[in-house]
Design a protein. Sequence first.
Length: 431
Amino acid sequence: MTGTAGSRGVIFILQAFALAAVVAGFPLVAAFSQLIDLPSQPFSIAIRAITGLFCAALIVVPVSSGRGGMWWWITAACVGFWLLYILRMANDTLYNSYSLYYEPSTYWLWAIGGSLIPLIGLARAQFWLSDANRYFMWCFGFAFAASVLAIPNLSTTVQNDFGSYDGGRAALTALNPISLGHLGVQLALLAMWALFLRPGQKTNFVKAMFLIALVVGGYLALVANSRGPLVSLVVAMMFAVMASNLRSKYWLLGMMLIAGAAFVPLITLVDHIGGTQIYERLLGTSQLEEVSTIGRIELYRSAWNQFAKFPLTGYGMEDPVFGGYPHNLVIEAFMSTGLFGGLFMLTIFILTTLISYRVLRTVPQYGWLALLVIQQIFAVQFSGTISQATILWGVIGALVSAYSLVTFTAARRPGVRPHPAGGDGHLARPA
């Protein structure tokens, strides 16, 4: 029994660290390296490698075979998409002669080590309902530590080959405004879930801690001055209100209404404190006339035109007109893998949204994970690329594994036939 309990403890550590490192490991080391004034690259390589090793270990660790029906559907969609994408990478990096904007090795390292291995490893993880709070605290701890360490070194100064200027968007040396904004959103969502949607009683000290975290996360999301993170925050919060069946969600709805009413004075105050230009960027001009918006639309149009030329196979990993990726994973999927790959990607997003809804409604103890997935699904529609969407693929893997709890919860209800794998095997951690 001791050996068995010990092995379960090892599995928990593997899963908890892997999930927390996927969610906020890189921002944590980026903020830490700048705080102690050392180059971030060695720390970044180390955390990526350790995360990959932990996720790879989860692939070979034996887990329970009990999975829900939708788990197999999303697994099939992921397998189908990644087979097509790996074939595309092999063609474009090994056989095709056209010049890539990024080094071929970069694609393979990020796609396999940073995205696919965490997806597989965390999809094979075994989550227990009784451990939900401990997994949450690991992720919350990483995100909160990264956010607190980042605040003293925030800067709106942009440096390039021609000098420096004030860009009006806070960032760190190794953490651009978009990544910083999403770190803030992650922390805000975790704190928001803990305050309003977390089952069970909370002491005043715990409430104060998460309220501080909510303020810190919201501040980072605002000073980063990036539209994508803010949109994903609003969408995730609206999703939480719609999906949750807890009455406490109405407190969350009330907070959202107050925040919306106070948004303009709030961003004016943040501009004054952080030296940012949030009001000017978000409200000063029409978003459709903003230069970066126009440029992004042109990227979308160009990438879609490449798909239209080669609808079955797709054109390639990079857009030949602008170079690089279009900053929208759905459009990129169609451009790089053709019709079937694009449909697989859409299927993944639709199924994970449905799973997020069911998890938040049926096993609210893992609702925070569902909200992180919703945030990432919308985040990658504004920025990012398939091979480097490490957080997205990692949290999708964890979510579809946690979804097995929905099946086992349903099996415990009166009149429902027990699951053949053993009924409530995942509901409570075995002694």
